[in-house]
Design a protein around this ligand. Structure first.
Ligand code: ATP
Ligand code: MG
Length: 570
């Protein structure tokens, strides 16, 4: 492509609203243009990378036995009502774009396609012999995100690869899931990501059948918790951990309410009371689908709201508003405790709240703290489960290792769905003996456009992008440094032709701009191989070659240059 005809000018200034390196670079290098919040134009350079990423995904999905199809973006409300997701996606989460068509039907722009594909499979499957099936599509998805940000990372219109598997039973699902898991690893490796596959939250359905593929980057929105000794790695939303245990008092002391004015944080409180922080307790009040729930965790921990929601069967969990907390506890915010709460408050506690002798908790009275509290004597045993947020420094749930934390960008998510959708939509596989069991499903997503952003986030320096060659918009950036010199132009034109004939993809900077501008644009756009030809290189009968990832350039003959390009293309 001749750059004089290329659409997408480069900008010198970092856009004010750019929140991450990738976001700023994509705008500056002319890869994207924003139309409105979270809605982007994919300019020619980006589209080329997206197509390459899609192609890698397509090849690996096909190799893993999945078949490509394409479903409509417009979906009808009725299907979503059958699975009970309409309400959640519209009224509760508000993530769905929906509107009325001229016939008066309510429709939406698909944020995901479980409903549609299950409905299609319901019609296609006549017998158990029709299974298994696995299909995928690469398609634009629509989600009215509360906080669209970081450019393509969290957009409201974005490209996703979504795949769905249909099996007779759990064993079949395990096989389908494993094939997808391996394909995801190959996809991430082919793109060249530094990434980690981690255990992911699988909602109230539970089970271990959900993994996310996280590209490692400090600007990632997710926190990964991993063990420094074993293979354990999980999204913090799901991660389990063990806490250090301490020797307990041998005798229970009498409970008392102690005045400790304004002491809300556990550290000053523990210091004031002369007790270790692990003896303090945090009690947080939540509203879960309108019901009141008090959650207790050890003072040195935080509550993981997702674990709470899952325990409560996938409820919509929100922290109770300060005004309501005052009504319920009779105290200012920060003094809530499990003793003396109204009867309609369900009390649940993290496992590590238990087995403590003489612990502290809020007294439901402003400025007061109960000390020497003991389960059984001062309050009944609450319901225990795992409600704490795993953090760096906690112990690994599987070995003696210590947990560490790092940030990641979720680029893919694979999930054992089970029969949730097939039951709701009556997608069954008649077994020939009168039984009609629902098919067992899996779903597998990849954020294609998010992958492009993650790729830039992971591969850039302060001058611009550094694309890995297999997903770069073009392989080579050919710079004509003296565009007024006919001999140089002729040499460049000839090389441009030779490279294209050899199947090399070239962005040819044939503009009349100065060399300095061409070099800085080349760095910004970030194509892996830069070739520059000037009067001087022509005199020496060589080409100035520089790999974007390397600091130095080298002078090579045309033959050597072609060999180097082929080597880079692998
Ligand atoms: P997130 O937790 O980031 O909101 P999700 O878990 O809701 O994502 P999935 O439903 O699992 O997303 O979608 C599959 C993939 O689509 C994700 O792994 C992610 O890579 C991508 N994706 C999801 N939402 C967006 C978005 N708003 N913009 C770009 N990509 C997205
Ligand atoms: Mg996900």
């Amino acid at each position: 492509m001749r750059q004089s005809r290329h659409l997408g000018r480069t900008l010198r200034e970092v856009p004010k609203d750019a929140q991450t390196a990738a976001h700023g670079l994509m705008i500056r290098a002319g890869y994207i243009r924003q139309l409105s919040a979270g809605i982007y134009v994919y300019m020619p350079l980006l589209l080329r990378s997206l197509n390459k990423i899609s192609q890698i995904i397509r090849e690996e999905m096909t190799r893993a036995g999945s078949e490509e199809m394409l479903m409509p973006a417009i979906q009808n409300k009725e299907l979503w009502e059958k699975t009970g997701r309409w309400e959640r996606y519209t009224a509760i989460d508000g993530i769905m774009f929906s509107f009325q068509d001229r016939r008066g039907s309510t429709v939406c722009l698909g944020p995901t396609h479980e409903e549609v594909i299950t409905e299609i499979l319901r019609q296609e499957i006549n017998s158990f012999k029709d299974l298994p099936k696995n299909v995928f599509q690469i398609q634009t998805k629509f989600r009215d995100e509360i906080r669209p940000r970081f450019g393509l990372m969290r957009a409201r219109e974005f490209v996703m690869k979504d795949a769905y598997s249909f099996d007779l039973d759990e064993a079949g699902l395990d096989v389908s899931y494993e094939a997808m898991r391996l394909a995801y690893h190959t996809i991430c490796e082919r793109i060249g990501f530094h990434y980690r596959a981690v255990e992911a939250d699988s909602g109230a359905i539970g089970g271990s059948g959900s993994q996310e593929f996280m590209v490692l980057a400090d600007t990632g929105e997710d926190t990964i918790i991993y063990c420094d000794q074993c293979q354990y790695a999980a999204n913090q939303e799901r991660a389990a951990s063990r806490l250090e245990q301490f020797t307990q008092d041998t005798e229970e002391r009498p409970m008392e309410a102690v005045l400790g004015e304004g002491l809300i944080g556990v550290e000053p409180l523990a210091e004031f009371l002369g007790i270790p922080v692990w003896k303090t307790t945090k009690t947080l009040l939540f509203e879960a689908d309108g019901n009141l729930v008090a959650v207790m965790v050890r003072g040195d921990c935080d509550v993981n709201e997702i674990k709470v929601a899952n325990f409560l069967g996938g409820a919509d969990v929100k922290l109770t508003a300060p005004e309501r907390i005052k009504e319920l506890t009779g105290a200012a915010v920060g003094y809530a405790g499990p003793i003396g709460l109204p009867d309609n408050v369900r009390i649940i506690a993290d496992f590590d709240v238990d087995h403590r002798v003489n612990f502290e908790c809020g007294a439901n009275q402003t400025n007061y703290h109960n000390i020497n509290v003991n389960f059984g004597r001062d309050l009944p045993l609450p319901e225990f489960s795992d409600f704490k947020l795993a953090q760096a420094g906690h112990q690994c749930p599987h070995c003696d290792g210590t947990l560490q934390a790092q940030r990641g960008i979720e680029v893919g998510h694979i999930f054992k769905l089970g029969t949730k959708y097939s039951e709701a939509l009556k997608c069954v596989a008649p077994d020939g003996q009168g039984q009609q069991p629902p098919v067992v499903m899996g779903c597998y997503g990849i954020g294609v456009s998010r992958m492009a952003a993650a790729c830039v986030e992971q591969n850039h320096d302060d001058r611009g992008m550094i694309w890995p060659i297999h997903v770069a918009p073009y392989h080579v950036h050919l710079l004509c440094l003296t565009p007024k010199d006919e001999a140089v132009v002729a040499r460049c034109d000839a090389l441009y032709q030779t490279l294209q004939d050899a199947g090399v993809e070239v962005l040819y900077d044939d503009r009349t701009a100065r060399p300095g501008e061409k070099f800085s644009d080349a760095d910004l756009i970030g194509l892996p191989i830069r070739l520059a030809i000037s009067k001087r290189t022509l005199e020496q009968d060589c080409i100035e070659v520089k790999l974007r990832k390397d600091a130095d350039n080298q002078m090579l003959s045309q033959e050597q240059t072609l060999a180097l390009i082929q080597e880079q293309l692998g």
